[in-house]
Write a protein that binds this ligand. Structure first.
Ligand code: FEO
Ligand code: CA
Ligand code: CA
Ligand code: CA
Length: 659
């Protein structure tokens, strides 16, 4: 195991109360500072952000909807250093935008255009506020600041060139007008969770990319005989599907036309019928090298990727990674590299290069009723895939591109929306947040997704697994195909019934809904849990909690009854504020997401995503009606429009966060 630098045995702070103020609340003795918000310049040549809808140059500014991020240290001279704790780079996802009726309304002067066709000037901005950024951060005295003039600062957008790696490279299903040999693509989109590789690069998951594509109503007919019609339906794009922003409507120029994923030309070389197949991957970025293009790692499958997290590496053993596909009823995956870990690569990302993520075996999880489970191989070696009647797989490229269909073929377990995965550095156990699932029914409950209930709030009623849970898995060796599991935590409101809903005995100090971000600190061993909640936001804004989890099997079996059906599940030990405590509550309308720390554990970076997202587009220009005015309301930047932003949290005595 990777040793935790200073493994905590208790949480040293007073819990933060639930609340609905338009502010970031941290425990007594801690400070939070905004350091990097939507629109902030990433070049000395770009003007300050006016935040009134007239700003330009978004390819050289912070993007929108800050999500997953990771710290990459620098030494005092500005050279890469894994120990750098006062100067470093943060690589970050800019997942999406605050939008209504096609328009990302806070970045347009009048809220933008809600009808088709979208004006090119608006689309040009929206294309640039998605993607990734790399930004240099520095601590001077007690204060942190980003450096707008750093030579490391970088944006990757929906239009940046990227390389296809792994089995999908060269596939007929990736041939586009842009790349007739299916080797390169443009852009990354809807990047959600993120993390580091064992060799010190950044990996990020492309999540809800499919929603950005338009399909003509008659596209199924135009594609007669194309097996992809089935895949397009499975991946959420039926013929006639409208795109989220209408980018394809802005003109015939290639940067607009590519968002129409329809067969309009004579062959795939003449149109963008395969464009959707160029998204849905884990992407790898070298944060220290702007010249290195983004790499799409197709060996890790194509889905609604949240993040990818690695087991602690051991010399001479394969590198093993875990991934969730965040949609209702989707699956959990594992990748085992063919290459064996060379410890020298931990400090040599250039030598690691493409060694670990291009060749290996992809698996999908099946959970059994007895608390065990199995990783099922997804490859042409599995007769259930090679001989699958409903969809003809002909190559490993097909498995890499149409991964969801391969997982369907082998009977994997349909989960309650797998979001972030994390691995406990103390014992190698794997954690996955299953955020919630409004489509779970009593009939489809199973041991691993056992809750179905009704949550009533006045006139609002939600059914299913309303609040989500956190799965925990253990394996004798990371590459094993067998695992054991239990449910570490059942998210719940404190007042809910303790025999059917609040199975972890949560109280006012630690109750939560919809766990999403989950990262273990390598400095302290704390498991940080972030929420993205639609069911508790009538009572509290989203939050960050700190946990000191036990280990698999530390709780009891629980029986849940649905009519004649009894589901037996395995709950982790009941929680108390000693093991789980609320650390932060965010501003109005914001999700708490993205989390990383300096290697000394003394600075914790958190992303506040989409404050004020419930503002009506019609109210743009009328600040009194904004749901949130954060972070302008604490003096950060111009204007009053709310902005997604990175904050840094420090302890006032300079100590470890959470101790
Ligand atoms: Fe982008 Fe699954 O949250
Ligand atoms: Ca998420
Ligand atoms: Ca979420
Ligand atoms: Ca969100």
């Amino acid at each position: 195991m990777t040793p935790v630098a200073k493994a905590l045995t208790s949480l040293g702070f007073k819990p933060v109360a639930k609340g609905m103020t338009d502010a970031v609340i941290v425990p007594e003795g801690y400070s939070a500072q905004v350091i990097y918000a939507l629109g902030d310049p990433l070049s000395a040549n770009v003007p300050a952000f006016k935040n009134d809808g007239t700003d330009e140059h978004f390819d050289q500014r912070a993007g929108d909807h800050h999500d997953g991020m990771e710290w990459f240290g620098l030494d005092e001279q500005g050279k890469p250093s894994r120990h750098g704790a006062t100067r470093g780079l943060i690589a970050m996802n800019h997942e999406a935008t605050t939008d209504e009726k096609l328009s990302s309304f806070f970045i347009h002067a009048n809220g933008g255009t809600a009808t088709l066709p979208r004006p090119t000037a608006e689309v040009d901005k929206e294309l640039m506020i998605h993607g990734l950024s790399v930004v240099e951060m520095r601590k001077q005295g007690d204060r942190w600041a980003y450096n707008p003039a750093s030579g490391y600062n970088r944006r990757v957008t929906t239009m940046s060139e990227a390389a296809i790696h792994g089995p999908a490279r060269g596939s007929e299903h990736l041939v586009t007008r842009f790349s007739s040999d299916a080797s390169k693509v443009r852009g990354t989109l809807n990047n959600c969770g993120a993390g580091p590789t064992p060799w010190g690069t950044y990996v990020s998951g492309e999540e809800n990319w499919f929603g950005y594509f338009h399909r003509d109503a008659k596209d199924d007919t135009a594609r007669k005989g194309d097996k992809q019609v089935q895949a397009l339906n499975r991946y959420g794009r039926k013929a006639g599907a409208a795109s989220r922003h209408g980018w394809e409507s802005a003109g015939q120029a290639d940067q607009y036309a590519r968002w129409n994923n329809s067969a309009t030309g004579a062959s795939a070389k003449d149109d963008y019928r395969n464009e959707m197949n160029t998204f849905g991957y884990i992407v790898e970025l070298d944060p220290y090298d702007k010249a290195q293009v983004l790499r799409k790692r197709s060996a890790l499958g194509r889905m609604g990727h949240e993040n990818v997290t690695f087991s602690p590496v051991e010399p001479g053993k394969p590198v093993v990674a875990y991934m969730g596909d965040d949609s209702r009823g989707e699956y959990m995956y594992k990748f085992v590299s063919d290459a064996l870990w060379d410890a020298a690569d931990a400090s040599n990302r250039l030598a690691a290069g493409d060694k670990y993520l291009d060749k290996g075996t992809l698996y999908v999880a099946r959970f059994k009723e007895d608390g065990t489970g199995e990783w099922i191989e997804l490859s042409m070696k599995n007769p259930k895939i090679a001989g699958h009647a409903a969809f003809q797989f002909t190559s490993e490229a097909d498995v890499a591109i149409f991964t969801r269909l391969a997982a369907d073929a082998v009977g994997a377990t349909k989960m309650d929306r797998p979001e972030w995965g994390g691995v406990n550095p103390r014992n190698g156990e794997i954690y996955f947040t299953l955020t919630n699932n409004s489509k779970r029914t009593a009939e489809t409950t199973d041991a691993a997704n056992p809750r179905y209930y009704t949550d009533k709030k006045g006139s609002k009623e939600q059914k299913g697994n309303v609040n989500g849970h956190i799965m925990r898995m253990a394996q004798a060796q990371p590459a094993d195909v067998n695992f054991r599991w239990d449910i570490y935590l059942f998210a719940s409101e404190a007042g809910a019934d303790r025999s059917t809903v609040n199975l972890s005995n949560l109280t006012d100090e630690n109750d939560l809904s919809s766990p999403d971000g989950l990262v273990f600190s390598k400095a302290t061993g704390i498991c940080w849990i972030e929420t993205d909640d639609g069911a508790y936001t009538d009572t509290t804004n989203c939050m960050l909690l700190a946990a000191l989890p036990g280990q698999l099997g530390d709780g009891d079996a629980k029986a849940l009854k649905y009519g004649d059906k009894t589901v037996t599940t395995y709950a982790g030990k009941p929680q108390t504020p000693a093991t789980l405590k609320r650390f932060l509550v965010g501003p109005k309308g914001a999700e708490i997401t993205g989390i990383c720390e300096t290697p000394d554990g003394k600075a914790l970076f958190i992303n506040i995503q989409h404050p004020g997202e419930n503002t009506a587009m019609a109210d743009v220009g009328n600040p009194a009606n904004y749901e949130s005015q954060w972070p302008a309301n604490i003096g950060y930047g111009a204007g009053k429009r709310p902005r997604s932003a990175t904050i840094v949290i420090t302890k006032n005595d300079g100590g470890l966060i959470g101790a």
